[in-house]
Design a protein around this ligand. Structure first.
Ligand SMILES: [Zn+2]
Length: 424
């Protein structure tokens, strides 16, 4: 008998999302293979998974100082939210009301609303004020089972406010159970004061913002919004190449409203991920699969903007992509921190299976933000980041549409959410 710090016993299912040597699960066969252990158990030692098996097997091999009885609940890897914009100063409920009365998102953006409105509000805030709000948003995510989050800047659009946004994410995550991966998105849109001179703004991003972000080690990734009304492919290529030279990995917001070549650019630059891809055509999808770029789909943003554009998840999976799902948490087009709801929309709007959506918010999402070694699956030797559901099966995640099923969250083997509340 070996001794563990904690034994998690009697789970109706331990959904490991393990198996295979690759960092992701690609295509339908792999994405549907969750490696579920019925009546499962986990031994945890020094914050890491020491063993996984049936409850009988674990009790035969291990004794534990502490026991956590799941009483028929399902245990999954902690969720990873691979695309969020948590640094903003003001909600956009006014714009939502306008859209409900028929206004169009791109028209609102062109009229100085949308991202421009967020930028005006953010620039007057200090790092500590921004960090306080980000921490509150991280609390909400954690209560919904998210243990790691990719968090972008991009609502400042000046050097000072972009740096402040990244520092706010760093500060909010410092004493928080959530692990945050920072992405610099200075090229979110061209700010209004540069409307007549886009080249000057791209110069500012490349020559001023990027070197400072790199020098202060403020971001692991650099993202660009490629779209009519935002940045062109050639501008994005210049920004992302400069970021790569400074050690940041590229990400691309691509083809949200039309196929403007963003997905092909992501493949060309071997980006870690490409986000939205609502309007990407087959050739772009094939390029993504070949270059092993993870498409991060954001169906709650599609739903919230009245379903004008919905990504073709089935075609992406058919082409052999490792699809991930994320909330796109932001004040304009997706103000939800609930990845379980997004998983549900993956099934109902995008035609994915319950197994595929679970893979998409765990293992594939972890790979999309460079966390493939620490997050996204339950396996021996890995940190014990776990979610205990108040339900007997992972199928309840998409099935219970919008309900928060999280009973407990464990980070490094320690309970950080218990019965829906954050434990200090
Ligand atoms: Zn986004």
């Amino acid at each position: 008998m070996r001794s563990a710090d904690l034994l998690i016993l009697g789970a109706a299912q331990v959904v490991t999302v393990d198996g295979g040597r690759a960092t992701t699960k690609r295509g339908a066969r792999e994405m549907n293979d969750l490696r579920v252990i019925e009546d499962g158990a986990i031994a945890v030692k020094r914050g890491r998974v020491a063993d996984v098996g049936t409850t009988n097997e674990i009790l035969q091999r291990w004794r534990g100082y502490q026991r956590l009885h799941c009483r028929g609940r399902a245990v999954l890897p902690g969720f990873v939210d691979a695309h969020t914009h948590p640094v903003f100063a003001k909600t956009r409920d006014d714009e939502f009301a306008l859209r409900c009365r028929g206004a169009d998102y791109e028209e609102i953006l062109a009229a100085g609303g949308g991202i421009h409105a967020s930028a005006r509000a953010l620039r007057s805030r200090s790092v500590s004020e921004l960090a306080r709000d980000v921490r509150t948003r991280f609390d909400g995510m954690l209560r919904h089972g998210t243990v790691a989050v990719e968090a972008k800047s991009g609502y400042g659009l000046t050097t000072a406010s972009e740096l402040a946004s990244l520092k706010a994410i760093r500060s909010a995550a410092a004493k928080h159970p959530i692990h945050a991966v920072r992405t610099f998105l200075g090229a979110h849109v061209v700010p209004q004061e540069y409307a007549g001179n886009r080249k000057a703004y791209v110069d500012l991003v490349v020559e001023d913002m990027l070197p400072r972000v790199a020098k202060q080690k403020l971001a692991a990734f650099c993202d660009v919004f490629v779209e009519k009304g935002a940045f062109r492919v050639a501008e994005a290529r210049r920004i992302l190449r400069a970021a790569k030279r400074l050690g940041m990995r590229p990400k691309v917001h691509a083809d949200q409203f039309r196929d403007s070549g963003g997905a092909r650019l992501a493949a060309e630059l071997r980006a870690a991920s490409v986000e939205h891809v609502d309007a990407t055509k087959r050739a772009g999808m094939r390029a993504l699969a070949k270059a092993r770029v993870v498409p991060v789909l954001l169906p709650s943003a599609s739903l919230f903007t009245h379903l004008r554009h919905v990504p073709n998840a089935r075609a992406l999976i058919e082409e052999g992509c490792a699809v991930a799902l994320a909330t796109d948490f932001n004040p304009g087009t997706s103000p939800t921190e609930n990845l379980q709801l997004v998983a549900s929309l993956g099934c109902t709007l995008l035609g994915m299976t319950p197994e595929e959506v679970v893979t998409a918010i765990t293992r594939n999402a972890a790979a999309a933000c460079g966390l493939e070694d620490s997050h996204g699956r339950i396996a021996v030797g890995r940190p014990a980041h776990l979610v205990v559901l108040d339900a007997p099966s992972y199928v309840h995640i998409p099935y219970r549409m919008g309900t928060n099923l999280v009973h407990q969250v464990l980070v490094n083997g320690r309970v950080v959410v218990d019965e829906g509340r954050i434990v200090d």
